[in-house]
Design a binder for this molecule. Structure first.
Ligand code: UD1
Ligand code: F6R
Length: 371
């Protein structure tokens, strides 16, 4: 049931304040006079000790689920102090990459039925690793075959392009980082700030959804383009990859997410006055580096669309020449949840304006159960 919406993708983008609320329901503890703010993940509580003792955490997934894990990687590394590595499921299986008994492997999948991810799970089970699932589908193969896990509880996702599952996955993995780091006194203030940020997140997502019309106007400008680049780094490297994936898969426009730190190692050659480039430059520890990226792209006459924190338009728009999208600020590690929303809206509107099928892009299936 699409309710008042024309498409499932549109509905699922707009219901993110609610889906995030259900993802967090019963899992955040507000704290009080004698109790610290904390996180309770029922499915993991008996396994946290094992996870904390592991030598490495390996995130495994495909497509959007991989991108969600990439978005959560920095906060997991920060709060756990454990090395976190990333594996695209098919690539891990192709390489038969080393997985050890001392590893915690985390399988991220909306459907819980993706063949590549399931095969990687079988492989990790054979190698004796602890296998944790993060899935939206109760009773799915990944939920059943993992040793433990967390259901993201985002509600059924129908649009082939994953939107609300992506933001809920990031939130669950941020909660996972909080739960693993729960026994560390030195990071308590940081963890409490993130928990406060999680409580506020649905209302901030509601705010960023107000950019709908602005993103539709932007889509009108980009309707006939051949290609779109998206530059991000740090917490928002994943946002660049995921924004580009959305544009590519539904709007059928070539799009590439680029790690801004790699700009001079190749991608800069593409920049001219015609190719549109989105630069994500919201406030965090990488902000000044992104300001310098904007200046360098501007010097090569790049057609820039800059995503920045509210009130920062003047600090990012060199010579007043770029188009600016301002988004609300949240705790740095949660910012990817906010920043992806305008890009989801852009991909949605581009697709509708270009006359393509938003909910069922050509050649794609919601659940990829074959290899
Ligand atoms: C569980 C209940 C929820 C109830 C809550 C009350 C289910 C599915 N969930 O939620 O309805 O409101 O207790 O305390 O009945 N798991 C895996 N692999 C995965 C995902 C989950 O093994 O990929 C396992 C977990 O380790 C856990 C179980 O499935 O044993 C349920 O996980 P989850 O729904 O996340 O647990 P709760 O949030 O505690
Ligand atoms: C993109 C998309 C795909 C899936 C991928 C993994 O919007 O939907 O990239 O993310 O096929 O699917 P799950 O998460 O079900 O394992």
């Amino acid at each position: 049931n699409k309710g008042k919406y024309e498409h499932y993708m549109q509905k699922e983008i707009h219901e993110q304040p609610e889906s995030l609320t259900t993802t967090m329901r019963g899992r955040l503890i507000r704290g009080g006079s004698c109790k610290a703010k904390s996180v309770l993940l029922g499915g993991l509580k008996d396994h946290l000790k094992t996870i904390r003792r592991s030598r490495r955490i390996v995130f495994i997934g495909c497509g959007t689920s991989y991108n969600a894990a990439l978005a959560a990687r920095p906060i997991l590394e920060e709060l756990s102090g454990i090395p976190v590595t990333m594996e695209i499921a098919s690539d891990l299986v192709d390489r038969q990459g080393p997985i050890y008994r001392e590893d915690t492997t985390v399988f991220v999948s909306q459907s819980g039925e993706t063949a590549d991810t399931l095969q990687a799970l079988e492989y990790a089970l054979e190698n004796g690793a602890l296998c944790v699932g993060i899935t939206n589908t109760v009773g799915s193969a990944i939920a059943r075959h993992t040793h433990c896990g967390v259901h993201i509880n985002a509600g059924c996702e129908i649009g082939v392009a994953s939107t609300k599952a992506y933001t809920s996955q990031i939130v669950v993995m941020a909660m996972l980082a909080l739960a693993i780091g729960d026994d560390t006194i030195s990071s308590q203030a940081r963890r409490e700030a993130i928990i406060d940020g999680l409580f506020d997140l649905p209302s901030k997502v509601k705010e960023v959804l107000k950019l709908d019309q602005e993103m539709k106007d932007l889509a009108k400008l980009l309707i006939a383009e051949q290609s779109l680049l998206v530059f991000g780094r740090g917490y928002n490297y994943a946002t660049a990859l995921e924004g580009a994936l959305k544009v590519k898969e539904v709007a059928l426009m070539h799009s590439e997410g680029i790690l801004a730190g790699e700009m001079k190692h190749g991608p800069l050659a593409l920049v001219d006055e015609t190719l549109p480039i989105v630069v994500i430059a919201t406030r965090d520890a990488c902000f000044s580096k992104q300001q310098s990226v904007i200046q360098q792209l501007h010097a090569r006459k790049g057609r820039l669309i800059v995503m920045c924190t509210e009130g920062d338009a003047a600090s990012v728009s060199v010579g007043g020449s770029c188009r600016v999208v301002e988004v609300p600020q949240v705790e740095d590690c949660l910012q990817p949840v906010i920043n992806i929303v305008p890009l989801q809206l852009l991909a949605y509107h581009l697709t509708v304006l270009r006359g393509y099928n938003v909910d069922q892009p050509r050649n794609l299936a919601k659940s990829v159960t074959t290899q």
